[in-house]
Design a protein around this ligand. Structure first.
Ligand code: CP
Ligand code: NVA
Length: 324
């Protein structure tokens, strides 16, 4: 698993200079790269603003602003929720696929960052390589937002924390259990558990844990994050059970991976170990019969559609924080 992105735009890349495109920059751009990089006050502020928009706030702080979205991997929720969020906040979007842009012919991420910064007000990127997002952020003079990398998926987990709070109240008093691959989504859950102060119990196969660097970071930060190989132990009396696909984008699907993950499938038996009113979350897309049974994801404890909806709301908070 690739390392975690820890990029901030260096001041040297900003320089305070007036750009040829006529966008003088007062200071470093406010990127949204990974949940571990921000304090809980900022993170809560983004969620609260998203909640305000969800509850009817209707100002348009991004009038005249444009978000470019670079996709190296497919997307339904991220693409559509960012497009709609920008429009509802008064702004606009441009979608750039790597295959039909010069990125596909080898133009560097750094040069792409420099050029796009002259045209648009923020850049969202979904990439196979966290290093590319870091490079983009290092060279862009406008905010860069992480739309998923192989290492993390912070916008998703901001929506998940918003959903957890809506369903269960103050999140610091909740226990979240993860059963499955220790993938990019699990990493952002670890970041969120530490920053928001809830307990996170991860159950992952021995061969598919989250990166040890992330767990070490959680320990150093005093987070309540544990790792086991026993889903029943992780889920016992949890308030929320979460899982994700067994085969993330860019990962090879094979029978050994399937066999490793099969004991971590969230089914009715496993859900019954959690609190009776526990919720089930999944970032989607889901494969019924693999990481979760249809009875669970389509059952009464599942909140996956509210969770997907909250991508739209929380991203308004993130966009306004970055660009507004
Ligand atoms: N959950 C999520 O990011 O979905 P998409 O891949 O459809 O954007
Ligand atoms: N872990 C999944 C999340 C998809 C939104 C992946 O990276 O494909």
């Amino acid at each position: 698993m690739a390392r975690i992105v820890r990029a901030v735009a260096p001041r040297s890349a900003i320089g305070g200079a007036t750009q040829l495109g006529g966008r003088p920059k007062a200071g470093p751009p406010r990127h949204f790269l990974d949940i571990d990089q921000y304090d809980v006050g900022d993170l809560r502020g983004m969620i609260d603003l998203g909640t305000a928009y969800k509850n009817g706030r209707h100002d348009r702080p991004l009038e005249g602003k444009t978000l470019a979205m670079i996709f190296e991997k497919p997307s339904t929720r991220t693409r559509v929720s960012f497009e709609v969020a920008m429009r509802q906040l008064g702004g606009d979007t441009i979608v750039i696929g790597t295959a039909d842009s010069q990125l596909g012919r080898g133009e560097t991420t750094a040069d792409t960052a420099r050029v796009l910064s002259r045209y648009v007000d923020a850049i969202m990127m979904r990439t196979n390589h966290a290093e590319k997002l870091a490079d983009l952020a290092r060279h862009a003079t406008v905010p860069v937002i992480n739309g998923l990398t192989d290492s993390s998926h912070p916008c998703q987990i901001m929506a998940d924390v918003m959903t957890l709070q809506e369903k269960k109240g103050p999140v610091a008093q909740t226990v979240v259990a993860w059963s499955g691959d220790g993938n990019n989504v699990a990493v952002s859950w670890v970041h969120a558990a530490v920053r928001f102060g809830f307990e996170l119990r991860l159950a992952c196969p021995e061969a598919l844990p989250p990166p040890p660097t992330v767990l070490d970071w959680a320990r150093r930060e005093g987070g309540r994050v544990s790792l086991t190989h026993e889903p029943d132990d992780a889920v016992a009396n949890a308030d929320c059970v979460v899982t994700d696909t067994w085969v993330s984008m860019g990962v090879e699907a094979n029978i050994s991976r399937h066999n490793l993950l099969a004991p971590y499938r969230v089914d009715e038996r496993l859900m019954a170990k959690a609190k009776p009113d526990a919720i089930f979350m999944h970032c989607l897309p889901a494969k019924r019969g693999e990481e979760v049974t249809a009875a669970v994801i389509d059952g009464p404890q599942s909140v996956v559609w509210d969770e997907a909806e909250n991508r739209l709301h929380v991203q308004k908070g993130i966009l306004a924080w970055c660009i507004g």
